[in-house]
Design a protein around this ligand. Structure first.
Ligand code: GCB
Length: 609
């Protein structure tokens, strides 16, 4: 189950090049390692024609045998007659982490290649291993150190790293990233989404220094359905046997000593009674220390169970109602991706103020820090991969990409008590190839982690006034979750919503993953007037009345906490590239619907006490 850093998937693009690229699952708990931050000001060059990558015959410089001319060389003119048509030092700077769209007006709508360069000092020591680690780059990253290609990574929201042992220079080093956020039909996500395609190095960058035989990965969680059976496993970066490792939780006086086996692994399940279980009401985290000869990793881990029984969801054995809200990885105030812990805390605090116990982090993996904050602040999490709308279901490379993103998400967040649901996608249209693609993803999620629920946001279809859910994928997942936009995309004005009823094929807990409608904050009219706060308020009231008819309703996650940016939303008066379905505006003002929802959550909290 554990994925090792040494498990290298080498994908050779040998048909058209001699370059190979490697993907490894990321180092567990990077923040607790010896790291040097490579965040800060990076120089950048906007390159719409990819001049820095291809020569005039459109041959990639970094694959030609006759020397290079690519921007990754980061050349400076030394001889006055030398021709070099780029210069990082003279180019503008942007903040990393940070999307480019929100940092330069010129780049607001830009999709394509931007080169980013950071110079840094290093003093590599013998016997140590070094990695450059990226929290996320959207979407395709080509990474170069001192002019040499380290590799390629695809996928805009998951971490990755490249080993630079032996490649790092003592003194000054040049790290160059070609980030390309061009949308393509066969990628994950595909060309069509309802969110801003923020490009760039959107999460932290580190240089990590690690000892030989370092601890690549570990997992510590309660076994499914048990409140005292702790499963612990660990994997070194290599198959080194006999490494002594101790694990302790000082607060519990718990200490265990192990030795790695011939594969460099440890795996044990042990009983420990009287754990204070994690829940939104009691977000208890224990400090866990994992020590080997050369490492001392500290983590904060919560223990809880999550299960489905019939149509109930049991958190620590007790029936729970998900008082949810969706959010994007976006700070509406800055109109860009969340860049700091402060940004993230603000969004989660807004959810808490609404009396939520649950957040859907839509529609792709959010920052690791966000999940750690959810652990700390007591919010359950629905975590998702960007398998969104019309994916290329029949392309095996697309499937491999989706599977990798899901694997990397689960690998990164498996020790976070807050995460209770792995979502394998959103609103994917019914077809046989899609069913097989999605079923395989569901199996992947279960094989990597059998302690959490697996779900997807499905769709309903309508016959008369009945909304029918009979998607065959429903068999393979734990929740009946679907998006439903009565009163907005269909069904007339809000007062007509209550005419609907439901025909749901599966006897499983129902968690509505989306409903909602747009309202421009501050625009007031009667409840039949589109875009008004009153329309949205009436929509919420009637939705809640309609949904309360579902006896197996165990949660709702309205769409969405705050207005967010989307190129699909073009009404010049009401939208202006904003999706206005937030119950809060882009400046954090509460719309009328906010209070309807909060009131409902207060009632649900009482009911499920
Ligand atoms: C949906 C999508 C979400 C959109 C929303 C909308 O069903 O899942 O990403 O933003 O509808 O506003 O239409």
């Amino acid at each position: 189950m554990l994925k090792s850093i040494s498990r290298v998937f080498v994908i050779c693009l040998s048909l058209f090049s001699s370059i190979c690229f490697a993907q490894v699952s990321s180092i567990q708990n990077i923040q607790a390692r010896k790291i040097q931050s490579l965040n800060g000001k990076w120089n950048y060059i906007v390159d719409p024609y990819e001049n820095g990558f291809y020569d005039y015959r459109h041959e990639p410089f970094d694959q030609s045998k006759t020397g290079t001319g690519g921007f990754f060389d980061d050349k400076e003119q030394v001889n006055k007659s030398e021709l070099i048509e780029y210069n990082f030092d003279g180019s503008p700077q942007m903040n990393v982490p940070g999307d480019w769209n929100s940092q330069s007006e010129k780049l607001e709508l830009y999709e394509g290649t931007v080169w980013l360069r950071r110079k840094f000092n290093a003093q590599p020591e013998k016997g140590k291993r070094y990695f450059v680690y990226f929290g996320a780059v959207n979407y395709e990253a080509h990474v170069y150190l001192n002019g040499k290609k380290l590799g390629i990574h695809k996928g805009g929201f998951t971490p990755f790293q490249f080993e630079v042992t032996g490649k790092l220079k003592s003194g000054n080093n040049s790290l160059v990233v070609k980030a390309d956020n061009t949308r393509k039909p066969d990628e994950i996500p595909t060309v069509n989404t309802d969110w801003w395609n923020y490009g760039g190095i959107t999460r932290d960058v580190y240089l990590a220094e690690l000892p030989e035989h370092f601890i690549a990965d570990y997992k510590m969680q309660l076994e499914k359905g048990s409140n005292n059976s702790i499963s612990f496993s660990l994997k070194l970066a290599d198959a080194f046997a006999g490494q002594e490792v101790s694990v302790s939780i000082p607060e519990l006086n718990l200490k265990k000593d192990y030795k790695t086996d011939s594969e460099g692994k440890i795996s044990e399940v042990f009983i420990w009674n009287n754990l204070s279980l994690w829940s939104p009401e009691n977000p208890k985290l224990y400090t866990v220390n994992i020590k080997s000869a050369n490492e001392n990793i500290e983590d904060k881990i919560g223990f809880r169970t999550i299960e489905v029984k019939g149509d109930s969801i049991l958190l620590n054995g007790k029936s729970v109602f998900f008082r949810g809200i969706s959010m994007h990885d976006e700070n509406p105030l800055l109109q860009g991706r969340l860049r700091s812990q402060g940004d993230m805390r603000m969004m989660l605090q807004w959810a808490k103020d609404l009396n939520c116990n649950y957040v859907r982090l839509a529609h792709y993996p959010h920052n690791e820090e966000m999940i750690r904050l959810a652990d700390e602040m007591g919010l359950l999490v629905w975590a998702e991969v960007p398998v969104y709308w019309t994916i290329s279901w029949e392309n095996p490379v697309t499937y491999a990409n989706a599977k990798q993103q899901l694997t990397d998400l689960i690998s990164r967040d498996k020790n976070r008590a807050s995460v209770v649901v792995w979502s394998i996608g959103n609103e994917t249209p019914l077809s046989a190839p899609r069913l097989s693609f999605m079923s395989n993803l569901a199996e992947t999620a279960r094989s990597l982690d059998d302690t959490r629920l697996v779900a997807a946001a499905l769709e309903v279809h309508r016959e008369g006034n009945t909304m029918i859910l009979n998607d065959p994928l429903g068999e393979k997942i734990d929740l009946v979750s679907f998006n439903e936009y009565a009163g907005w995309y269909f069904g007339g004005v809000p007062s007509e919503i209550t005419k609907y009823d439901f025909n749901i094929k599966y006897n499983k807990p129902v968690v509505i993953t989306e409903f909602g409608g747009d309202a421009l904050g501050g625009f007031h009219a009667d409840e039949n007037t589109r875009w008004s706060e009153e329309y949205q308020e009436a929509l919420y009231k009637n939705q809640l009345t309609m949904l309360s008819k579902i006896s197996s309703l165990r949660g709702i996650i309205p769409w969405i906490l705050a207005d967010f940016r989307s190129p699909r939303r073009q009404h010049p008066v009401y939208q202006n590239f904003w999706n206005r379905k937030g119950v809060m505006t882009e400046t954090g003002k509460k719309k009328k619907a906010y209070f309807v929802l909060k009131n409902f959550y207060n009632q649900m909290q009482e009911k499920y006490k």
